[in-house]
Design a binder for this molecule. Structure first.
Ligand SMILES: NC(=O)c1ccc[n+]([C@@H]2O[C@H](COP(=O)([O-])OP(=O)(O)OC[C@H]3O[C@@H](n4cnc5c(N)ncnc54)[C@H](O)[C@@H]3O)[C@@H](O)[C@H]2O)c1
Length: 392
């Protein structure tokens, strides 16, 4: 990607209101952005990352913060979901106190969703809340988790069950960091990107599918326009997430309309069940969501909501996202008990996010869907994969 690609800016009207800057080689601008977005009294910045990401990008970010006159300190957490815990948050809080991060100062999160969720959570707690800036480095974090203000940790009781709504002051997305991302992480991110288009924006779905299709043909990688298209796509994804969040900042449990934040759970009912049934070892979350979308798409089709050609487009998009670990050995029936414990259940009722068409979701009470339709759809989805490998 070339340095002079235009940076896109997406405004999020939630929290205090903030901008998401999407560009290439913009890590060196984190300092300037922080200077603009933070209080004029901000002096110290505490950077949270992990060793892997920090070794690739840490110095560039620290350097740009120092260049703006910030006193910087950094702390590296363990790498992986298993470190997204209260214990790690406690270590992070000790680091923030030890670095004398004051009320006007800030935390910068450099990494994927794990770092962002944990650092955001710690910044919500330290001194009852200090500012934070997200510098997401995975596709999932860039299009999804860094926008919307959800922060938190996992506990023994389950994933993301403890947390706080705490919006960042700014988000800086450098799409060039995706060059070092392992292919499976990309696939997981692309699945979430397909999800966002499928539930709420047909043009976004098409834009995502077209980009992936060109990537898989290989030719597009060499074209200079690719960088611009990637920036535009990531910015469009951020824009979508931002609009959903703005319309339903705290995920109102009473809402079942097609614009509620709950539509973002498309593919997650079966996705979570699949992750749990395979003890969180086989799938990246987004990969499991890939299967979950196929299952929810099948249910939508079998209930007469979604047309056959629409379902085929969804299947094609999931195929283009990359190869999913196989799931044929998982019994659909064995997932049923996990479905009943869906943490998104409201008042004991489980809801499915289904599709009426690509770009339009509908939330349906599980009680209104015959069990055999669910079973047959899950079976079809788990056996449906034989997809191609693609790289960014
Ligand atoms: N807050 C929200 O709204 C929200 C939304 C969706 C997901 N999440 C959370 O996000 C987390 C998952 O995030 P994730 O998928 O980014 O996983 P992750 O943070 O674990 O990152 C995946 C892996 O990629 C590595 N990595 C990150 N950036 C890299 C880069 N540029 N180059 C090379 N390696 C890199 C990480 O070190 C890690 O090993 C989950 O905990 C999930 O609950 C939060």
């Amino acid at each position: 990607l070339s340095e002079d690609l235009k940076t896109r800016r997406v405004r999020v009207r939630a929290g205090a209101g903030y901008d998401v800057e999407v560009g290439a080689r913009v890590l060196g601008r984190v300092g300037e952005t922080a200077r603009r977005a933070l209080s004029e009294h901000a002096r110290r910045v505490a950077l949270v990352s992990n060793r892997r990401v920090f070794s690739l990008y840490g110095e560039r970010v620290l350097e740009s913060l120092r260049a703006q006159g910030f006193e910087v300190a950094h702390w590296l957490m363990g790498d992986g979901e298993r470190y997204k815990t209260l214990r790690t948050a406690e270590h992070a809080l000790a680091f923030l106190a030890g670095s004398k991060v004051g009320r006007a100062d800030a935390v910068v999160a450099l990494g994927g969703g794990v770092v962002g969720d944990l650092a955001g959570f710690a910044s919500a707690l330290h001194l009852r809340g200090v500012s934070f800036v997200q510098v997401p480095t995975t596709l999932l974090a860039q299009i999804d988790s860094s926008v919307g203000g959800k922060t938190g940790v996992n506990t023994r009781a389950g994933k993301n069950l403890v947390g706080a709504f705490h919006h960042p002051r700014a988000v800086v997305v450098d799409v060039e960091t995706l060059d070092s991302l392992p292919p499976r992480e990309l696939t997981a991110g692309w699945c979430e990107a397909i999800k966002q288009g499928a539930v709420g924006d047909r043009r976004l779905f098409e834009q995502t599918r077209a980009f992936l299709s060109e990537e898989s043909s290989g030719a597009e990688r060499r074209r200079p326009a690719r960088g611009e298209r990637l920036i535009n796509l990531v910015a469009a994804q951020v824009e979508f997430k931002a609009r959903v969040v703005e319309g339903d900042e705290r995920e109102d449990v009473g809402r079942t309309d097609a614009r509620s934040r709950r539509i973002l759970n498309f593919g997650h009912t079966v996705g979570h069940a699949l992750e749990a049934a395979t003890l969180y070892r086989r799938f990246r979350h987004g990969e499991a969501v890939g299967y979950g979308m196929l299952a929810a798409g099948e249910i939508s089709f079998r209930l007469g909501l979604l047309g056959a050609s629409e379902l085929e487009l969804l299947r094609e998009a999931v195929r283009l996202a990359g190869r999913l670990p196989q799931a044929v050995d998982v019994e659909a029936a064995s997932l049923m008990r996990w479905l009943a414990t869906d943490k998104k259940a409201v008042g004991g009722r489980v809801f499915w996010v289904l599709l009426e068409e690509l770009g339009h979701a509908r939330i349906v009470d599980a009680a209104d869907i015959p069990q055999r339709v669910v079973l047959a759809s899950i079976s079809a989805a788990l056996g449906a994969v034989g997809n191609s490998r693609r790289q960014v």
